[in-house]
Design a protein around this ligand. Structure first.
Ligand code: AHG
Ligand code: MN
Ligand code: MN
Length: 344
């Protein structure tokens, strides 16, 4: 009798990819597996957030000057706790921590670096809209695992990521990741009855051109004329170019990005004059833009700051913000032509 298989687990998938990489040591698999445990714990809390006192704000303001939600703190702590003991990391960087997070001396170190946004879409936590976790993994270049890591060793351009991806806690919990190097983008859905992420979206490819634009239009008065002209372009009827595009924006980057990755389209968080402390817009280069830029690149899309590839930006600081135009290649290239002024 043919046994009912469970399908391909994420662990099996990573091991398959590892076997194709002669230099693989299994260190990466350990790292990802512990991150998955953290995501399963966060998913469980998200799914019962309405039932326990984990909603609402902590009354604290984070390094970004934003109200911190309890689930942000919970997710941050879970990831740090799970990751610090795996023995593969030399340090971590989190949206919720002003400085690099060191590996406690009682744990062995390795030469991987993980940067993450533990809970993306915080404003949606208590209204049951999808939220997520975003991560990027780098390898330490030079330096020995026992020497203290310098911030300059962490601030690598996004193109150097050896893996990147996100978890989305929505109608189902999914993990989408890539190990860069042309290995594609793969999506896994958590099957609570099995307790495993199973392959559900193999080799995701984003359509070259979409029909969706995602942007918070309430910022229109704070944009410069090129940004306004770009968004007006997507709204202007023109049958030949499939316009007007439809507008979709839920306010969780992971949810807006994931929808556009599967269906095609462009997500924009432009520079604006709304907050003088954030002239480059709200999104962070290291923990939001770079990981998603790597995913979209490996899926055939593109991510730009309006002038050039996100992945080629040399970071100046850990919490640097950056304008973000990300999604279908043709739509993002068009956005770049408007913002950089090269549009005809
Ligand atoms: P985070 O919850 O990690 O701070 O991220 C929130 C971000 C991102 O998820 C989303 O795209 C953006 O904030 C929405 O910002 P606006 O509410 O200004 O549109
Ligand atoms: Mn975020
Ligand atoms: Mn966050």
């Amino acid at each position: 009798m043919k046994t009912q298989g469970v399908g391909i687990t994420i662990t099996e998938h990573i091991l398959r990819q590892e076997r194709q990489n002669p230099r693989a040591t299994g260190a990466f698999t350990t790292l990802i597996n512990e991150l998955i445990v953290a995501a399963k714990v966060i998913s469980r809390e998200v799914n019962k957030a309405g039932l326990v006192d984990i909603l609402g704000a902590t009354g604290r303001i984070n390094v970004q000057g934003e109200r911190v939600q309890k689930l942000d703190i919970f997710a941050n702590q879970i990831i740090i706790q799970r990751m610090q003991h795996v023995g593969q990391l030399c340090c971590m960087g989190s949206e919720e921590d002003p400085d690099l997070i060191e590996i406690p001396p009682e744990y062995p170190k390795g030469d991987y670096i993980i940067v993450f946004d533990p809970l993306d879409g915080s404003s949606n936590i208590d209204v049951n809209v999808s939220i997520g976790t975003i991560f990027g993994i780098y390898k330490r270049e030079g330096g020995s695992p026992n020497s203290d890591i310098l911030l300059s060793e962490v601030l690598q351009p996004g193109i150097k990521q050896v893996a990147a991806g996100y978890f989305i806690y929505g109608s189902s919990t999914m993990m989408v990741y890539t190990t860069a190097k042309g290995t594609g983008v793969h999506g896994f859905t958590l099957f609570p009855s099995v307790g495993e992420f199973l392959l559900s979206h193999e080799n995701i490819r984003i359509p070259e051109k979409g029909k969706i634009y995602s942007v918070n239009e309430s910022n229109y008065q704070y944009w410069d004329n090129r940004t306004r002209a770009l968004v007006d372009y997507f709204k202007t009827p023109d049958r030949k170019t499939g316009r007007p595009y439809t507008s979709r924006y839920v306010g969780s980057l992971v949810a807006d990005f994931h929808r556009n990755l599967l269906k095609g389209g462009i997500f924009m968080y432009p520079a604006d004059k709304k907050d003088p402390r954030k002239p480059s817009g709200k999104l962070r280069l290291m923990v939001e833009a770079n990981p998603l830029a790597m995913v979209v690149k490996e899926a055939g899309g593109y991510a730009s700051d309006g002038h050039g590839p996100i992945l080629e930006i040399d970071p100046g600081e850990l919490h640097q913000r950056v304008p973000l135009y990300i999604g279908s290649k043709k739509d993002v290239e068009l956005a770049e032509s408007f913002i950089s002024g090269s549009a005809a």
